[in-house]
Design a protein around this ligand. Structure first.
Ligand code: SF4
Length: 198
């Protein structure tokens, strides 16, 4: 049965900009993604997002790893089985993490969370029909949509290498999100892990 591990790291936002920020490069990747211009959480944005995080000099990075057992990797090999099982196991973790981030925003005042990947709250995003977001109170932008290098951040701050499925499950998937704050926060990984079990 898959299991999760949680890690946290609180840093100054300026450090994130210094080594792991390249909006031009990541916008070019976003343009190749099927979510580009189709989700309100994804580029291109109506407003200039270069200053989106200016009010938040600190960020707590949260990395969540979903580990698979050897049995699972063996059982769900092959493109279709692997994709299906990834969806079945990773999507609930990602959805739970989104809810946890909103809880953290309530627990820690004056914070803003950055979510993982494109928003999947609605089956079809309102942006496709040119309508406003249905849940602006819940939808959060991801760090990569803002131009941050998630692979670099994972390596630098957690010494984790991203893994993907290649016709079979990887040993683990990693989700990385953040809680931006006006002051330094010390959020223990146990606190987040606990919220996963509530
Ligand atoms: S909450 Fe719904 S409408 Fe808003 S970005 Fe997410 S999918 Fe789109």
């Amino acid at each position: 049965m898959a299991s999760i591990d949680v890690y946290t790291r609180s840093i100054e936002m300026k450090d994130l900009y210094k080594d792991n920020y390249n909006p031009e490069r990541f916008l070019s990747y976003c343009k190749k993604c099927r979510n580009f211009n189709r989700l309100h959480s994804c580029p291109p944005f109506d407003e200039d997002i270069g200053s989106y995080l200016d009010d938040y000099p600190y960020i707590t990075l949260i990395a969540v790893q979903l580990f698979y057992t050897e049995d699972e990797i063996e059982k769900y090999s092959g493109e279709d089985a692997c994709m299906e099982y990834t969806k079945e196991t990773l999507t609930p973790v990602s959805n739970q993490l989104r809810e946890i981030l909103l809880k953290l925003e309530n627990i820690y005042p004056n914070t803003l969370s950055l979510s993982s990947g494109g928003c999947n709250i609605c089956p079809d995003c309102n942006r496709i029909e040119g309508k406003p977001c249905r849940y602006p109170d819940k939808m959060r932008i991801s760090p990569e949509a803002l131009g941050f290098d998630m692979m670099g951040i994972l390596k630098e701050y957690f010494n984790i290498d991203l893994q993907w499925s290649k016709g079979s499950l990887p040993k683990y998937y990693t989700l990385i999100v953040g809680l931006c704050s006006m002051e330094t926060l010390e959020i223990a990984s146990d606190e987040i892990a606990q919220l996963f079990h509530n």
